[in-house]
Design a protein around this ligand. Structure first.
Ligand code: NI
Length: 173
């Protein structure tokens, strides 16, 4: 298991439509393990493959945040939303690819998702609360969409300019 570097916005790889995973190969297993350790290390509650530069439809999440609670790592391969609630929820979202920027995003409060697990089986589950927000945020990543794409153009532009400057400063050392 190894921690992989997380891409920071703006990066063209974060804007790409990711390709379906063809088979649950050992490489996919390794990628999922690496993504989980990278997410826990960050720390974050979700991480999508494009954030580590792999343009495949796969994300990991664990929204158990209570101190001392048993972790619940999940790996979702080729995830899709099969149903959404009419009821919405607004959460202050952040993203490991957009460090230190947060903004309120409104999304369906509950979603039913279907995906393939590392066991090769198809799973279906309803998520609510933070899990629902996280699952939708991560699925967006697989379609080249970031949480700032849910914001107005002015706010999005402001965050993007700040991030671009941060990356330039970092590159300069
Ligand atoms: Ni994100």
């Amino acid at each position: 298991m190894s921690i992989r570097p997380i891409l920071i916005h703006p990066d063209p790889r974060l804007k790409k439509l990711c390709k379906p995973v063809e088979s649950i190969s050992p490489e996919i297993g390794k990628l999922a393990e690496d993504m989980l350790v990278t997410m826990y290390d960050a720390p974050g509650v979700g991480l999508a493959a494009p954030q580590v530069g792999v343009l495949s439809r796969l994300f990991v999440m664990d929204c158990v945040k209570e101190e001392g609670a048993t972790p619940r790592p999940m790996v979702l391969i080729n995830p899709e939303i099969v149903a959404t609630s009419d009821e919405v929820n607004t959460y202050e979202e952040g993203c490991l690819s957009i460090p230190e920027h947060y903004a309120e995003v409104t999304r369906p409060a509950r979603v039913v998702m279907r995906w393939t697990g590392l066991d090769g089986q198809v799973h279906e589950q309803e998520f609510d609360g933070l899990w629902a927000t996280c699952a939708q945020h991560e699925l967006d990543h697989l379609n080249g969409k970031l949480f700032i794409d849910h914001l107005g153009a002015i706010k999005r532009g402001m965050i993007t300019r700040k991030m671009a400057k941060l990356k330039r400063d970092k590159a300069r050392g």
